[in-house]
Design a protein around this ligand. Structure first.
Ligand code: GRF
Length: 218
C-alpha cells in the first residue's frame, strides 16, 4: 500500500490519500461504476459496502471522503486499501479538492453513509439523482438538521413509536427531504433502549444498504 500526502501548497488543504493505484487501474479498465463514499465518523456502513462489492466487476467503491481528521473511517479506509480524502468543512463548500478528487478517481455516483455536513449545491448539480443517503429512521419522521445517530434513536424512543427503520433517499438541497428510494421497518419494543434501537437499525443498514445500491446501479 502506498501512502500519499499532498502538501497544502499544491492542493490547498491537508489531504491524505491511501492508495493502491495498481488495483484501481485494473478495475477502472473495465469501466465499472465508481462510487465515492462520504462518512463523518465510525464508517461501519462504508466498510460493509466496500466489502459487499469486493471484486464486483460493475460496481467499484474506489474513494472515501471524510470531514473529520480523527474519524475511524480513515482507519477502515487504510485497512480496506481504499483512498481516503480528509477535508475541512470550508473545503467542502469551496469545492476545489472535492472536484479534483472526483475527476481523478472518475467518480460516477456518491453514497453518504453517516456523513453529517450538508451537501453543497455544486455537488448536487454535478451529480443529479446520483447522490444517495441513508437515514436511520423512517423519513419523513425524525429527519432534518441535527437528527443523526443517537439523537434519532432517542427521539424514536421518546415518541413511543412501535416501529422504526431505515430510509435510503436521493439527496437534494434540504436535509433528509430527497425522494425516498427504499424503506425497511423494524419493531420497537417498550423495553428497547435507544442503544437497542440503534443495534436493530444498524442490522437493517448492513443487510439492505448495499443491496439497494446494487439495485440502483445494475
Ligand atoms: C448510520 O446509522 C447511518 O444511518 C447514519 O449514520 C450512521 C453511521 O454509522 N446516517 P456508521 O458510521 O456507518 O457506523
Amino acid at each position: 500500500m502506498l501512502i500519499h500526502k499532498f502538501d497544502s501548497h499544491k492542493c490547498g488543504a491537508s489531504k491524505q490519500v491511501f492508495c493502491n493505484f495498481a488495483a484501481n487501474l485494473k478495475t477502472m479498465s473495465k469501466s465499472p461504476v465508481n462510487i465515492a463514499l462520504f462518512a463523518s465518523g465510525n464508517g461501519s456502513n462504508v466498510q460493509n459496502i466496500v466489502e459487499f462489492f469486493h471484486n464486483n466487476p460493475v460496481i467499484n467503491p474506489n474513494l472515501i471522503f471524510t470531514n473529520k481528521a480523527d474519524a475511524f473511517v480513515i482507519e477502515r479506509a487504510k485497512n480496506l486499501n481504499i483512498p481516503c480524502i480528509v477535508f475541512k468543512p470550508s473545503e467542502l463548500r469551496d469545492g476545489q479538492i472535492i472536484r479534483e478528487a472526483i475527476q481523478e478517481f472518475q467518480i460516477d455516483f456518491i453514497v453518504l453513509a453517516g456523513f453529517l455536513l450538508k451537501i453543497p449545491d455544486y455537488l448536487i448539480e454535478l451529480f443529479p439523482q446520483k447522490i444517495i443517503n441513508i437515514h436511520p429512521a423512517l423519513l419523513p419522521k425524525f429527519g432534518g438538521k441535527g437528527m443523526y445517530g443517537d439523537f434519532v434513536h432517542q427521539a424514536v424512543k421518546d415518541s413511543g413509536d412501535t416501529e422504526t427503520g431505515i430510509t435510503v433517499h436521493y439527496v437534494n438541497r434540504e436535509y433528509d427531504e430527497g425522494q425516498i428510494i427504499f424503506q425497511k421497518k423494524v419493531p420497537v419494543l417498550a423495553s428497547d433502549s435507544p442503544d437497542d434501537i440503534a443495534q436493530k437499525v444498524h442490522a437493517l443498514e448492513y443487510e439492505y444498504f448495499p443491496k439497494v445500491i446494487k439495485d440502483l446501479l445494475t
